[in-house]
Design a protein around this ligand. Sequence first.
Ligand code: FES
Ligand SMILES: [Fe+2]
Length: 351
Amino acid sequence: MTDYLMNTWYMGGWGHEITDQPISRRLLGVNTMFYRKTDGSVVALRDRCPHRFAPLSKGKIINDQVQCPYDGLVFDSTGQCVANPITSDTRIPEAVRVQRFPVLEQANIVWFWPGDPARCDSALIPQFPYLADVENYKHVYGLTPVKAHFEIETDNLMDLSHVDMLHPAFAGAFNKSSKYTAGRNGNTVFSHWHTTNTRNTAFLEYGPFPTHGAPVDQWLEMYWQPPGAMFLEVIVTKTGEPRSAGYSTKNVHILTPETEHSTNYFWSGALNSEDQVPLEVFREGFNNAFEFEDKPMIEAVAAEMGEETNLLAMKPLLLRSDGGSVLARRVLAELIARERSEDAGSAVAAE
Ligand code: FES
Ligand SMILES: [Fe+2]
């Protein structure tokens, strides 16, 4: 069974998905509901009424409170039951409550904290400042559900050597000059490719950076933060030009487990504000790659693995280009082990 890192931030959704009408999303195996209060803040509650386990997300939001659609108990935005409309007994025990998750919204990302609320720390939220920069960038957003353990999706993103095989629109970026480096800074893992004198990708040639057949140099730089937040910057120049003169595209890839065997894969790409490419065409290019090229391959890998979720436990062949994904798995395993030993320590202290 998957042992999740609990005292950390996971992405629950894009900010624009959350309105005053509740949505339900299965996250780390738990149905979780999100809605937006009249003051604009986001609420995250377990999507399960404590009475008969009805999904609260199918209920009504009235004055920022949610009424269970089954027998009508009303819960406030902290999860506390505040009314029972079908009895004259107005006493509501304080223990009648729904689990509430700490939640924070930054740069159109809604983060929630599934672990101990007392340990929740906003300073730990991964930062993607370019997502908030709507002056210099035009953003596209997506969510691709994938039937695979989230670390299998991490493997895919931390090893972009699959791009030439799997993504025709992005192919051509690698050649015999391609150099790979991976490493770790604290809990951040990087996975970088640098290629010189290669052909421009169709995505850039017919998109925001046409070179009209001139060869290009490319830097492909992925950064991972636990448990599954990745930032990719791709910089392309005409061959020989300095990196600082290059065209840069930035995107984020954030993975939140849905269950042990399925993942919410959130992604976003950005065009520079002066780019003339229609945003919808740009979005389709991304969606096509993730939904119709990566996803079937990742799901086929997961199906082959069956019940096993840890690829390394199955002793796969490891290539040099797996350096980043192996490091990411290692960091996450370390953090989970540390969290479990802290849990054990506090359990002993409480005895
Ligand atoms: S199931 Fe919600 S009030 Fe009964
Ligand atoms: Fe891919």
